[in-house]
Ligand binder design. Structure first.
Ligand code: BGC
Length: 608
Protein backbone atom coordinates (compact mmCIF):
# COMPACT_ATOMS: atom_id res chain seq x y z
CA UNK A 1 0.00 0.00 0.00
CA UNK A 2 1.45 3.31 -1.03
CA UNK A 3 -0.47 6.12 0.62
CA UNK A 4 1.67 8.93 -0.79
CA UNK A 5 0.41 8.02 -4.22
CA UNK A 6 -3.24 7.46 -3.39
CA UNK A 7 -4.53 10.99 -3.07
CA UNK A 8 -7.69 11.97 -4.98
CA UNK A 9 -6.42 15.54 -5.50
CA UNK A 10 -3.25 14.17 -7.03
CA UNK A 11 -5.24 11.91 -9.32
CA UNK A 12 -7.40 14.82 -10.43
CA UNK A 13 -4.29 16.79 -11.41
CA UNK A 14 -2.89 13.79 -13.25
CA UNK A 15 -6.11 13.15 -15.18
CA UNK A 16 -6.53 16.80 -16.09
CA UNK A 17 -3.06 16.95 -17.62
CA UNK A 18 -3.29 13.55 -19.26
CA UNK A 19 -6.50 14.53 -21.02
CA UNK A 20 -4.64 17.28 -22.88
CA UNK A 21 -1.74 15.16 -24.03
CA UNK A 22 -1.19 13.92 -27.56
CA UNK A 23 0.30 10.48 -28.29
CA UNK A 24 3.58 12.19 -29.17
CA UNK A 25 3.68 13.94 -25.81
CA UNK A 26 2.83 10.76 -23.95
CA UNK A 27 5.52 8.71 -25.68
CA UNK A 28 8.02 11.51 -24.97
CA UNK A 29 7.23 11.36 -21.25
CA UNK A 30 8.05 7.65 -21.34
CA UNK A 31 11.49 8.26 -22.87
CA UNK A 32 14.75 8.74 -20.95
CA UNK A 33 17.85 9.43 -23.11
CA UNK A 34 21.40 9.82 -21.79
CA UNK A 35 22.61 13.42 -21.53
CA UNK A 36 25.33 12.99 -24.16
CA UNK A 37 22.71 12.00 -26.74
CA UNK A 38 20.07 14.62 -25.96
CA UNK A 39 20.10 18.42 -26.02
CA UNK A 40 17.64 20.78 -24.33
CA UNK A 41 16.21 21.43 -27.81
CA UNK A 42 15.55 17.69 -28.15
CA UNK A 43 13.81 17.70 -24.78
CA UNK A 44 11.35 20.27 -26.06
CA UNK A 45 10.94 18.89 -29.56
CA UNK A 46 10.32 15.30 -28.43
CA UNK A 47 8.54 16.11 -25.13
CA UNK A 48 11.17 14.09 -23.24
CA UNK A 49 10.13 13.18 -19.68
CA UNK A 50 13.53 12.43 -18.20
CA UNK A 51 17.27 12.52 -18.92
CA UNK A 52 19.99 10.59 -17.10
CA UNK A 53 23.71 10.57 -16.54
CA UNK A 54 25.21 7.12 -16.96
CA UNK A 55 28.12 6.23 -14.66
CA UNK A 56 30.87 8.84 -15.11
CA UNK A 57 28.88 11.03 -17.52
CA UNK A 58 29.43 14.56 -16.24
CA UNK A 59 28.88 18.07 -17.58
CA UNK A 60 31.62 20.74 -17.83
CA UNK A 61 34.32 20.51 -15.17
CA UNK A 62 32.09 18.27 -13.04
CA UNK A 63 31.50 20.81 -10.26
CA UNK A 64 28.02 21.12 -8.73
CA UNK A 65 27.55 24.45 -10.56
CA UNK A 66 28.16 22.71 -13.92
CA UNK A 67 25.43 20.22 -13.06
CA UNK A 68 23.03 22.95 -12.00
CA UNK A 69 23.56 24.82 -15.30
CA UNK A 70 22.98 21.65 -17.29
CA UNK A 71 19.84 20.78 -15.36
CA UNK A 72 18.59 24.31 -15.61
CA UNK A 73 18.84 24.21 -19.39
CA UNK A 74 16.94 20.90 -19.59
CA UNK A 75 14.35 22.10 -17.12
CA UNK A 76 13.70 25.37 -18.92
CA UNK A 77 13.27 23.49 -22.19
CA UNK A 78 10.78 21.10 -20.60
CA UNK A 79 8.80 24.00 -19.10
CA UNK A 80 8.27 26.02 -22.28
CA UNK A 81 4.57 26.15 -23.07
CA UNK A 82 3.19 26.83 -26.54
CA UNK A 83 0.62 25.31 -28.89
CA UNK A 84 2.85 22.24 -29.58
CA UNK A 85 4.34 21.78 -26.15
CA UNK A 86 3.00 21.32 -22.63
CA UNK A 87 5.02 22.46 -19.62
CA UNK A 88 5.84 19.20 -17.82
CA UNK A 89 8.96 19.39 -15.65
CA UNK A 90 11.81 17.06 -16.53
CA UNK A 91 13.06 14.56 -13.95
CA UNK A 92 16.85 14.08 -14.08
CA UNK A 93 18.33 10.79 -12.81
CA UNK A 94 21.80 9.78 -11.59
CA UNK A 95 23.50 6.84 -9.89
CA UNK A 96 24.14 8.38 -6.48
CA UNK A 97 24.56 4.90 -5.01
CA UNK A 98 27.15 5.66 -2.30
CA UNK A 99 26.92 9.41 -2.07
CA UNK A 100 26.71 11.52 -5.21
CA UNK A 101 29.98 9.88 -6.19
CA UNK A 102 30.08 10.92 -9.85
CA UNK A 103 30.62 14.54 -8.89
CA UNK A 104 33.99 16.08 -8.05
CA UNK A 105 34.31 16.82 -4.34
CA UNK A 106 31.28 14.76 -3.24
CA UNK A 107 31.26 12.87 0.03
CA UNK A 108 31.74 9.22 -0.89
CA UNK A 109 30.11 6.81 1.56
CA UNK A 110 31.03 3.14 1.99
CA UNK A 111 29.47 0.83 -0.58
CA UNK A 112 26.47 -1.17 0.62
CA UNK A 113 28.34 -4.32 1.62
CA UNK A 114 30.17 -2.36 4.33
CA UNK A 115 26.94 -0.76 5.50
CA UNK A 116 25.46 -4.24 5.89
CA UNK A 117 28.26 -5.05 8.33
CA UNK A 118 27.34 -1.96 10.38
CA UNK A 119 23.84 -3.34 11.23
CA UNK A 120 22.55 0.21 11.75
CA UNK A 121 19.28 1.25 10.02
CA UNK A 122 19.39 4.72 11.56
CA UNK A 123 22.81 5.29 9.99
CA UNK A 124 21.34 4.29 6.61
CA UNK A 125 18.67 6.95 6.98
CA UNK A 126 21.24 9.63 7.81
CA UNK A 127 23.43 8.57 4.87
CA UNK A 128 20.44 8.84 2.55
CA UNK A 129 19.62 12.32 3.91
CA UNK A 130 23.19 13.52 3.48
CA UNK A 131 23.31 12.03 -0.02
CA UNK A 132 20.01 13.71 -0.92
CA UNK A 133 21.54 17.07 0.01
CA UNK A 134 24.53 16.46 -2.26
CA UNK A 135 22.25 15.38 -5.10
CA UNK A 136 20.16 18.52 -4.67
CA UNK A 137 23.35 20.59 -4.79
CA UNK A 138 23.64 19.51 -8.43
CA UNK A 139 20.06 20.43 -9.34
CA UNK A 140 19.17 16.73 -9.69
CA UNK A 141 15.91 15.19 -8.39
CA UNK A 142 16.26 11.44 -8.70
CA UNK A 143 18.77 8.73 -7.78
CA UNK A 144 18.82 5.12 -8.95
CA UNK A 145 19.26 3.86 -5.38
CA UNK A 146 19.00 1.93 -3.15
CA UNK A 147 20.03 -1.42 -4.62
CA UNK A 148 18.02 -4.09 -2.79
CA UNK A 149 19.84 -7.01 -4.38
CA UNK A 150 20.32 -10.02 -2.13
CA UNK A 151 23.62 -11.29 -3.51
CA UNK A 152 23.82 -15.06 -3.20
CA UNK A 153 27.05 -15.69 -5.05
CA UNK A 154 30.11 -13.51 -4.45
CA UNK A 155 31.43 -14.19 -7.95
CA UNK A 156 28.95 -11.47 -8.92
CA UNK A 157 30.67 -8.18 -9.73
CA UNK A 158 27.86 -6.25 -8.06
CA UNK A 159 28.14 -8.05 -4.69
CA UNK A 160 29.31 -4.79 -3.09
CA UNK A 161 26.05 -3.09 -4.06
CA UNK A 162 24.24 -5.64 -1.90
CA UNK A 163 23.86 -4.94 1.82
CA UNK A 164 23.75 -8.62 2.59
CA UNK A 165 23.15 -12.18 1.49
CA UNK A 166 20.31 -12.15 4.04
CA UNK A 167 17.00 -10.71 2.80
CA UNK A 168 15.97 -9.70 6.32
CA UNK A 169 18.99 -7.44 6.72
CA UNK A 170 18.49 -5.96 3.24
CA UNK A 171 14.81 -5.41 4.02
CA UNK A 172 15.62 -3.68 7.31
CA UNK A 173 17.54 -0.99 5.38
CA UNK A 174 14.96 -0.45 2.64
CA UNK A 175 12.53 1.83 4.45
CA UNK A 176 15.17 3.92 6.29
CA UNK A 177 16.90 4.60 2.98
CA UNK A 178 13.67 5.56 1.21
CA UNK A 179 12.59 7.74 4.13
CA UNK A 180 15.98 9.44 4.30
CA UNK A 181 16.06 10.10 0.56
CA UNK A 182 12.43 11.04 -0.08
CA UNK A 183 11.66 12.61 3.31
CA UNK A 184 8.44 14.61 3.19
CA UNK A 185 8.69 15.10 -0.60
CA UNK A 186 9.65 18.70 0.06
CA UNK A 187 12.65 20.83 -0.89
CA UNK A 188 15.11 18.53 0.93
CA UNK A 189 13.86 15.42 -0.85
CA UNK A 190 15.07 13.34 -3.77
CA UNK A 191 13.14 10.58 -5.58
CA UNK A 192 14.51 7.11 -4.74
CA UNK A 193 14.53 4.06 -7.03
CA UNK A 194 14.74 0.50 -5.73
CA UNK A 195 16.56 -1.85 -8.07
CA UNK A 196 16.91 -4.22 -9.80
CA UNK A 197 13.50 -5.86 -9.96
CA UNK A 198 14.01 -8.73 -9.42
CA UNK A 199 16.37 -11.59 -8.66
CA UNK A 200 19.54 -9.76 -9.77
CA UNK A 201 21.51 -11.22 -6.89
CA UNK A 202 20.38 -14.79 -7.51
CA UNK A 203 21.96 -15.64 -10.84
CA UNK A 204 23.68 -18.98 -11.37
CA UNK A 205 27.47 -18.64 -10.92
CA UNK A 206 26.85 -14.99 -9.97
CA UNK A 207 26.89 -13.93 -13.62
CA UNK A 208 25.86 -10.31 -14.02
CA UNK A 209 22.66 -10.05 -16.08
CA UNK A 210 22.45 -13.84 -15.97
CA UNK A 211 19.75 -16.38 -15.16
CA UNK A 212 18.08 -16.81 -11.77
CA UNK A 213 16.60 -20.28 -11.48
CA UNK A 214 14.40 -20.42 -8.38
CA UNK A 215 10.77 -21.20 -7.55
CA UNK A 216 8.28 -18.37 -7.10
CA UNK A 217 8.25 -19.09 -3.37
CA UNK A 218 12.00 -18.65 -3.17
CA UNK A 219 11.93 -15.55 -5.35
CA UNK A 220 9.35 -14.09 -2.97
CA UNK A 221 11.19 -15.04 0.20
CA UNK A 222 14.68 -14.05 -0.87
CA UNK A 223 14.57 -11.41 -3.59
CA UNK A 224 11.10 -9.82 -3.48
CA UNK A 225 10.82 -9.57 0.32
CA UNK A 226 13.09 -6.49 0.73
CA UNK A 227 10.95 -4.52 -1.76
CA UNK A 228 7.86 -4.71 0.42
CA UNK A 229 9.07 -2.30 3.14
CA UNK A 230 10.38 0.08 0.45
CA UNK A 231 7.00 0.18 -1.26
CA UNK A 232 5.24 0.58 2.08
CA UNK A 233 7.56 3.52 2.78
CA UNK A 234 6.36 5.12 -0.45
CA UNK A 235 9.29 4.60 -2.82
CA UNK A 236 8.32 6.39 -6.02
CA UNK A 237 10.22 4.38 -8.65
CA UNK A 238 11.48 0.84 -9.33
CA UNK A 239 14.11 -0.22 -11.89
CA UNK A 240 13.72 -3.46 -13.83
CA UNK A 241 16.57 -5.94 -13.81
CA UNK A 242 18.68 -7.28 -16.66
CA UNK A 243 18.52 -10.85 -15.36
CA UNK A 244 16.03 -13.50 -16.38
CA UNK A 245 13.89 -15.61 -14.06
CA UNK A 246 13.54 -19.24 -15.07
CA UNK A 247 14.57 -18.25 -18.58
CA UNK A 248 12.38 -15.19 -19.10
CA UNK A 249 13.88 -11.71 -18.97
CA UNK A 250 12.56 -9.39 -16.26
CA UNK A 251 12.29 -6.55 -18.79
CA UNK A 252 9.56 -8.44 -20.61
CA UNK A 253 7.99 -10.18 -17.62
CA UNK A 254 4.30 -9.33 -17.29
CA UNK A 255 3.86 -11.52 -14.24
CA UNK A 256 6.72 -9.89 -12.31
CA UNK A 257 6.24 -6.29 -13.45
CA UNK A 258 2.48 -6.04 -13.60
CA UNK A 259 0.92 -8.85 -11.59
CA UNK A 260 3.37 -9.04 -8.69
CA UNK A 261 4.89 -5.54 -8.43
CA UNK A 262 1.94 -3.38 -9.42
CA UNK A 263 -0.81 -5.83 -8.47
CA UNK A 264 0.12 -7.86 -5.43
CA UNK A 265 2.59 -5.36 -3.92
CA UNK A 266 0.40 -2.39 -4.84
CA UNK A 267 3.18 -0.26 -6.34
CA UNK A 268 1.61 2.92 -7.77
CA UNK A 269 4.77 4.73 -8.93
CA UNK A 270 6.55 4.03 -12.21
CA UNK A 271 8.91 1.32 -13.41
CA UNK A 272 12.02 2.38 -15.34
CA UNK A 273 13.95 -0.02 -17.54
CA UNK A 274 17.66 -0.46 -16.95
CA UNK A 275 20.22 0.91 -19.42
CA UNK A 276 19.09 -0.30 -22.86
CA UNK A 277 17.68 -3.27 -20.93
CA UNK A 278 14.89 -3.88 -23.42
CA UNK A 279 17.44 -4.46 -26.22
CA UNK A 280 18.09 -7.98 -24.99
CA UNK A 281 14.49 -9.19 -25.19
CA UNK A 282 14.63 -9.95 -28.88
CA UNK A 283 16.84 -9.63 -31.94
CA UNK A 284 14.17 -7.31 -33.31
CA UNK A 285 14.22 -3.95 -31.52
CA UNK A 286 10.70 -3.23 -32.72
CA UNK A 287 9.46 -6.42 -31.08
CA UNK A 288 11.46 -5.69 -27.92
CA UNK A 289 9.75 -2.29 -27.55
CA UNK A 290 6.30 -3.84 -27.76
CA UNK A 291 7.11 -6.70 -25.38
CA UNK A 292 8.52 -4.43 -22.67
CA UNK A 293 5.74 -1.83 -22.75
CA UNK A 294 3.08 -4.51 -22.65
CA UNK A 295 4.87 -6.30 -19.81
CA UNK A 296 4.63 -3.15 -17.68
CA UNK A 297 7.73 -0.95 -18.08
CA UNK A 298 6.61 2.68 -17.87
CA UNK A 299 9.73 4.73 -18.61
CA UNK A 300 12.56 3.64 -20.89
CA UNK A 301 16.26 4.23 -20.27
CA UNK A 302 17.21 4.13 -23.92
CA UNK A 303 20.59 5.94 -23.86
CA UNK A 304 21.41 6.78 -27.48
CA UNK A 305 18.81 5.11 -29.69
CA UNK A 306 15.87 6.93 -28.17
CA UNK A 307 14.54 8.34 -31.47
CA UNK A 308 14.18 4.80 -32.78
CA UNK A 309 12.37 3.84 -29.55
CA UNK A 310 9.93 6.71 -30.00
CA UNK A 311 9.25 5.72 -33.61
CA UNK A 312 8.68 2.08 -32.73
CA UNK A 313 6.43 2.77 -29.76
CA UNK A 314 4.34 5.18 -31.83
CA UNK A 315 3.94 2.58 -34.57
CA UNK A 316 2.91 -0.06 -32.02
CA UNK A 317 0.15 2.20 -30.72
CA UNK A 318 -1.01 3.11 -34.21
CA UNK A 319 -1.19 -0.56 -35.15
CA UNK A 320 -2.87 -1.53 -31.89
CA UNK A 321 -0.11 -3.93 -30.78
CA UNK A 322 0.34 -1.73 -27.71
CA UNK A 323 -3.05 -0.59 -26.39
CA UNK A 324 -3.60 3.10 -25.65
CA UNK A 325 -4.73 2.09 -22.16
CA UNK A 326 -1.19 0.80 -21.45
CA UNK A 327 0.33 4.10 -22.61
CA UNK A 328 -2.11 6.03 -20.43
CA UNK A 329 -1.30 3.84 -17.45
CA UNK A 330 2.44 4.43 -17.92
CA UNK A 331 2.08 8.20 -18.34
CA UNK A 332 -0.36 8.41 -15.46
CA UNK A 333 2.26 6.75 -13.23
CA UNK A 334 5.01 9.10 -14.41
CA UNK A 335 2.86 12.21 -13.89
CA UNK A 336 1.71 10.88 -10.51
CA UNK A 337 5.32 10.72 -9.35
CA UNK A 338 6.08 14.18 -10.73
CA UNK A 339 3.04 15.71 -9.00
CA UNK A 340 3.53 13.78 -5.74
CA UNK A 341 7.14 14.93 -5.62
CA UNK A 342 6.05 18.53 -6.10
CA UNK A 343 8.11 18.85 -9.26
CA UNK A 344 5.55 21.14 -10.89
CA UNK A 345 5.91 23.60 -8.01
CA UNK A 346 9.68 23.67 -7.86
CA UNK A 347 11.58 26.69 -9.11
CA UNK A 348 14.07 26.21 -11.94
CA UNK A 349 17.26 24.42 -10.78
CA UNK A 350 19.25 27.69 -10.73
CA UNK A 351 16.92 29.08 -8.10
CA UNK A 352 16.55 26.09 -5.79
CA UNK A 353 17.43 26.20 -2.10
CA UNK A 354 20.28 23.67 -2.23
CA UNK A 355 21.64 24.21 -5.75
CA UNK A 356 25.46 24.56 -5.66
CA UNK A 357 25.17 24.99 -1.89
CA UNK A 358 28.39 25.36 0.07
CA UNK A 359 27.48 22.36 2.22
CA UNK A 360 28.33 20.05 -0.73
CA UNK A 361 31.18 17.75 0.30
CA UNK A 362 31.20 19.56 3.66
CA UNK A 363 32.09 18.58 7.21
CA UNK A 364 28.60 17.49 8.24
CA UNK A 365 28.22 14.83 5.53
CA UNK A 366 31.83 13.71 5.88
CA UNK A 367 31.27 13.12 9.62
CA UNK A 368 28.41 10.74 8.77
CA UNK A 369 30.59 8.96 6.20
CA UNK A 370 33.44 8.64 8.71
CA UNK A 371 31.05 7.16 11.26
CA UNK A 372 29.88 4.70 8.59
CA UNK A 373 33.47 3.64 7.90
CA UNK A 374 34.10 3.02 11.61
CA UNK A 375 30.97 0.94 11.94
CA UNK A 376 31.56 -1.12 8.79
CA UNK A 377 35.03 -2.49 9.62
CA UNK A 378 35.06 -6.16 10.53
CA UNK A 379 37.93 -7.54 12.60
CA UNK A 380 38.73 -11.10 11.56
CA UNK A 381 41.88 -11.70 13.56
CA UNK A 382 43.89 -9.94 16.29
CA UNK A 383 46.82 -12.01 17.56
CA UNK A 384 49.54 -10.79 19.94
CA UNK A 385 47.41 -7.68 20.64
CA UNK A 386 48.64 -6.19 17.36
CA UNK A 387 45.66 -3.85 17.58
CA UNK A 388 45.06 -1.20 18.73
CA UNK A 389 47.94 0.63 17.10
CA UNK A 390 49.90 2.99 19.35
CA UNK A 391 50.09 6.64 18.36
CA UNK A 392 53.76 6.92 19.27
CA UNK A 393 54.69 3.76 17.31
CA UNK A 394 56.95 3.86 14.25
CA UNK A 395 54.38 2.46 11.85
CA UNK A 396 55.33 1.47 8.33
CA UNK A 397 52.26 2.01 6.12
CA UNK A 398 52.49 -0.05 2.92
CA UNK A 399 50.52 -1.91 0.24
CA UNK A 400 49.07 -0.77 -3.07
CA UNK A 401 45.87 0.61 -1.52
CA UNK A 402 47.40 2.43 1.46
CA UNK A 403 47.43 5.75 -0.33
CA UNK A 404 44.81 5.38 -3.02
CA UNK A 405 41.44 7.06 -2.56
CA UNK A 406 40.28 5.59 -5.86
CA UNK A 407 40.81 2.04 -4.60
CA UNK A 408 39.02 2.88 -1.37
CA UNK A 409 35.97 4.20 -3.19
CA UNK A 410 35.56 1.37 -5.71
CA UNK A 411 33.28 1.40 -8.76
CA UNK A 412 30.63 4.06 -9.45
CA UNK A 413 32.96 6.82 -8.26
CA UNK A 414 33.83 9.60 -10.74
CA UNK A 415 33.89 6.96 -13.50
CA UNK A 416 31.60 3.99 -14.04
CA UNK A 417 34.46 1.58 -13.27
CA UNK A 418 35.92 3.85 -10.57
CA UNK A 419 39.38 5.43 -10.57
CA UNK A 420 42.82 4.35 -9.36
CA UNK A 421 44.38 7.57 -8.11
CA UNK A 422 44.07 10.14 -5.32
CA UNK A 423 43.51 13.36 -7.24
CA UNK A 424 40.25 12.36 -8.92
CA UNK A 425 38.63 12.07 -5.49
CA UNK A 426 38.62 15.58 -4.09
CA UNK A 427 38.14 15.94 -0.34
CA UNK A 428 38.40 13.21 2.26
CA UNK A 429 41.64 11.32 2.65
CA UNK A 430 43.39 8.06 1.92
CA UNK A 431 43.98 5.54 4.70
CA UNK A 432 47.61 6.68 4.85
CA UNK A 433 46.57 10.34 5.16
CA UNK A 434 44.22 9.31 7.98
CA UNK A 435 47.04 7.50 9.81
CA UNK A 436 49.22 10.62 9.60
CA UNK A 437 46.68 12.53 11.72
CA UNK A 438 47.04 9.93 14.48
CA UNK A 439 50.68 8.80 14.38
CA UNK A 440 53.28 11.46 13.62
CA UNK A 441 56.10 8.89 13.42
CA UNK A 442 54.37 6.78 10.76
CA UNK A 443 56.01 6.55 7.33
CA UNK A 444 54.73 5.45 3.93
CA UNK A 445 56.51 2.84 1.84
CA UNK A 446 55.86 3.10 -1.87
CA UNK A 447 57.92 0.04 -2.73
CA UNK A 448 55.75 -2.84 -4.05
CA UNK A 449 57.46 -5.26 -1.64
CA UNK A 450 58.17 -2.69 1.09
CA UNK A 451 61.86 -3.45 0.71
CA UNK A 452 62.49 -0.49 3.05
CA UNK A 453 60.79 -2.32 5.97
CA UNK A 454 63.36 -2.56 8.75
CA UNK A 455 62.78 -4.03 12.23
CA UNK A 456 65.25 -1.51 13.64
CA UNK A 457 63.15 1.36 12.29
CA UNK A 458 59.60 0.03 12.32
CA UNK A 459 57.64 -1.24 15.30
CA UNK A 460 54.73 -2.50 13.23
CA UNK A 461 53.45 -2.48 9.64
CA UNK A 462 49.98 -1.52 8.42
CA UNK A 463 49.53 -3.09 4.99
CA UNK A 464 46.53 -2.14 2.87
CA UNK A 465 45.79 -4.70 0.16
CA UNK A 466 42.85 -5.78 -1.97
CA UNK A 467 40.88 -5.62 -5.18
CA UNK A 468 41.04 -2.84 -7.75
CA UNK A 469 37.83 -0.92 -8.59
CA UNK A 470 35.23 -2.49 -10.86
CA UNK A 471 31.54 -2.24 -11.64
CA UNK A 472 28.79 -4.54 -12.87
CA UNK A 473 29.81 -7.46 -15.11
CA UNK A 474 33.38 -6.24 -15.25
CA UNK A 475 33.61 -7.22 -11.61
CA UNK A 476 32.41 -10.77 -12.21
CA UNK A 477 34.79 -13.59 -11.40
CA UNK A 478 34.24 -16.43 -13.85
CA UNK A 479 36.25 -19.62 -13.85
CA UNK A 480 35.75 -20.04 -17.62
CA UNK A 481 33.56 -19.03 -20.52
CA UNK A 482 31.61 -22.28 -20.22
CA UNK A 483 29.44 -20.68 -17.53
CA UNK A 484 28.41 -17.97 -19.98
CA UNK A 485 27.57 -20.53 -22.64
CA UNK A 486 25.49 -22.41 -20.07
CA UNK A 487 23.61 -19.24 -19.03
CA UNK A 488 23.08 -18.26 -22.65
CA UNK A 489 21.43 -21.58 -23.36
CA UNK A 490 18.98 -21.05 -20.47
CA UNK A 491 17.91 -17.52 -21.33
CA UNK A 492 15.24 -16.68 -23.89
CA UNK A 493 16.65 -13.55 -25.50
CA UNK A 494 20.09 -11.99 -25.83
CA UNK A 495 22.93 -11.61 -23.31
CA UNK A 496 25.44 -8.82 -22.85
CA UNK A 497 28.78 -10.30 -21.87
CA UNK A 498 31.54 -8.15 -20.40
CA UNK A 499 35.15 -9.12 -19.80
CA UNK A 500 35.31 -10.41 -16.18
CA UNK A 501 37.53 -9.11 -13.39
CA UNK A 502 39.26 -12.43 -12.97
CA UNK A 503 39.10 -16.21 -13.08
CA UNK A 504 39.29 -17.02 -9.35
CA UNK A 505 38.27 -15.48 -6.05
CA UNK A 506 41.40 -16.93 -4.42
CA UNK A 507 43.13 -13.67 -3.52
CA UNK A 508 46.66 -15.05 -3.54
CA UNK A 509 46.13 -16.09 -7.17
CA UNK A 510 44.19 -13.04 -8.35
CA UNK A 511 46.49 -10.56 -6.57
CA UNK A 512 49.81 -12.26 -5.77
CA UNK A 513 51.39 -8.85 -5.13
CA UNK A 514 49.44 -8.62 -1.86
CA UNK A 515 50.67 -11.87 -0.37
CA UNK A 516 54.17 -11.01 -1.56
CA UNK A 517 54.32 -7.72 0.35
CA UNK A 518 52.78 -9.24 3.50
CA UNK A 519 55.25 -12.13 3.41
CA UNK A 520 58.20 -9.85 2.72
CA UNK A 521 57.46 -7.67 5.78
CA UNK A 522 56.54 -10.59 8.05
CA UNK A 523 59.79 -12.38 7.11
CA UNK A 524 61.71 -9.53 8.71
CA UNK A 525 59.96 -10.13 12.02
CA UNK A 526 57.84 -6.97 11.91
CA UNK A 527 54.29 -7.51 13.19
CA UNK A 528 51.73 -6.97 10.43
CA UNK A 529 48.23 -5.52 10.49
CA UNK A 530 46.49 -6.20 7.17
CA UNK A 531 43.53 -4.14 5.94
CA UNK A 532 41.64 -5.61 2.99
CA UNK A 533 39.86 -3.29 0.54
CA UNK A 534 37.35 -5.40 -1.37
CA UNK A 535 33.88 -5.54 -2.78
CA UNK A 536 33.23 -9.01 -1.35
CA UNK A 537 34.60 -11.51 1.12
CA UNK A 538 37.52 -13.37 -0.49
CA UNK A 539 39.39 -16.55 0.32
CA UNK A 540 42.52 -15.13 1.97
CA UNK A 541 43.99 -18.08 3.89
CA UNK A 542 47.68 -17.31 3.16
CA UNK A 543 47.24 -13.57 3.76
CA UNK A 544 45.50 -14.22 7.08
CA UNK A 545 48.32 -16.51 8.10
CA UNK A 546 50.94 -13.90 7.23
CA UNK A 547 49.26 -11.16 9.31
CA UNK A 548 48.92 -10.75 13.09
CA UNK A 549 45.71 -8.78 12.69
CA UNK A 550 43.31 -8.71 9.75
CA UNK A 551 40.55 -6.18 9.05
CA UNK A 552 37.93 -6.29 6.29
CA UNK A 553 37.34 -2.65 5.33
CA UNK A 554 35.16 -3.30 2.22
CA UNK A 555 35.00 -0.21 0.01
CA UNK A 556 35.04 2.51 2.67
CA UNK A 557 34.81 5.57 0.41
CA UNK A 558 36.44 8.95 0.82
CA UNK A 559 36.82 9.15 4.60
CA UNK A 560 40.03 7.26 5.30
CA UNK A 561 40.27 8.55 8.89
CA UNK A 562 37.36 6.31 9.82
CA UNK A 563 39.79 3.39 9.54
CA UNK A 564 42.28 5.05 11.91
CA UNK A 565 39.51 5.92 14.38
CA UNK A 566 39.20 2.21 15.07
CA UNK A 567 42.74 0.94 14.42
CA UNK A 568 44.08 3.36 17.05
CA UNK A 569 41.39 2.34 19.52
CA UNK A 570 39.32 5.55 19.76
CA UNK A 571 36.37 3.31 18.90
CA UNK A 572 35.98 -0.45 19.18
CA UNK A 573 35.18 -2.67 16.22
CA UNK A 574 31.46 -3.29 15.89
CA UNK A 575 31.05 -4.67 12.34
CA UNK A 576 29.65 -8.16 11.80
CA UNK A 577 29.86 -9.98 8.48
CA UNK A 578 26.74 -9.55 6.34
CA UNK A 579 28.07 -12.34 4.08
CA UNK A 580 29.62 -15.61 5.18
CA UNK A 581 33.36 -15.55 4.46
CA UNK A 582 34.68 -18.43 2.36
CA UNK A 583 37.90 -20.20 3.12
CA UNK A 584 38.09 -21.78 -0.27
CA UNK A 585 37.17 -20.54 -3.75
CA UNK A 586 35.92 -23.85 -5.02
CA UNK A 587 33.06 -24.25 -2.55
CA UNK A 588 31.86 -20.82 -1.55
CA UNK A 589 28.54 -22.08 -0.23
CA UNK A 590 29.76 -25.08 1.70
CA UNK A 591 29.48 -24.36 5.46
CA UNK A 592 32.30 -26.84 6.09
CA UNK A 593 34.79 -24.72 4.19
CA UNK A 594 33.70 -21.31 5.52
CA UNK A 595 36.52 -19.38 7.15
CA UNK A 596 34.11 -17.18 9.13
CA UNK A 597 30.34 -17.60 9.47
CA UNK A 598 27.72 -14.98 8.66
CA UNK A 599 27.60 -12.51 11.59
CA UNK A 600 31.23 -13.03 12.62
CA UNK A 601 33.24 -10.07 13.85
CA UNK A 602 35.69 -9.70 16.73
CA UNK A 603 35.94 -6.83 19.19
CA UNK A 604 39.38 -5.36 19.86
CA UNK A 605 39.88 -7.65 22.86
CA UNK A 606 39.58 -10.67 20.58
CA UNK A 607 36.09 -11.68 21.69
CA UNK A 608 33.25 -12.03 19.19
C1 BGC B 1 23.04 -0.29 -14.18
C2 BGC B 1 22.07 0.46 -13.28
C3 BGC B 1 22.28 1.93 -13.40
C4 BGC B 1 22.17 2.35 -14.85
C5 BGC B 1 22.32 3.85 -15.07
C6 BGC B 1 23.07 0.27 -15.58
O1 BGC B 1 24.13 -0.25 -16.32
O2 BGC B 1 22.70 -1.65 -14.21
O3 BGC B 1 22.23 0.02 -11.95
O4 BGC B 1 21.36 2.62 -12.59
O5 BGC B 1 23.16 1.67 -15.60
O6 BGC B 1 23.63 4.27 -14.98
Amino acid sequence: MNNTLQDPNLEAQVEALLSHMSLEQKVGQMTQPERMACTPEDVKEFHIGSVLSGGGSCPGDNHPSDWVSMNDAYWMASMEADEDHLAIPLLYGVDAIHGNGNVLGATVFPHNIGLGAARDPDLIKRIAQATAREILATGVDWTFAPTLAVARNIHWGRSYESYSEDPTLVGSYAAPFVQGMQGDLGEDSVVACVKHWVGDGGTTHGIDQGETTVSLDELQATHIAPYRPAIDAGVLTVMASFNSWNGDKCHGHHQLLTEVLKGELGFEGFVISDWDGIDYLSKSYYEAVGMSVNAGIDMFMVSVDWRQFIRHLTTHVEKGTVPMSRIDDAVRRILRVKFAFGLFDKPRPLERRWSADKSFGGAEARAVAREAVRKSLVLLKNDNAALPLKREARILVAGKSAHNRGHQCGGFTIAWQGVEDNDSIQGGCSIWEGVQDFAPRATLSVDPLAADADPAKHDIALVVIGERPYAEGMGDVRPGDNVIVEAGSQIRGEMKVLEPYGRTLEHAVAHPEDLAILASIAAKGIPVVAVLISGRPLPVGPELAAADAFVAAWLPGSEGQGVSDVLFGDYDFQGCLSFAWPGDASSIKDPATMAFPYGFGLRMNGNP
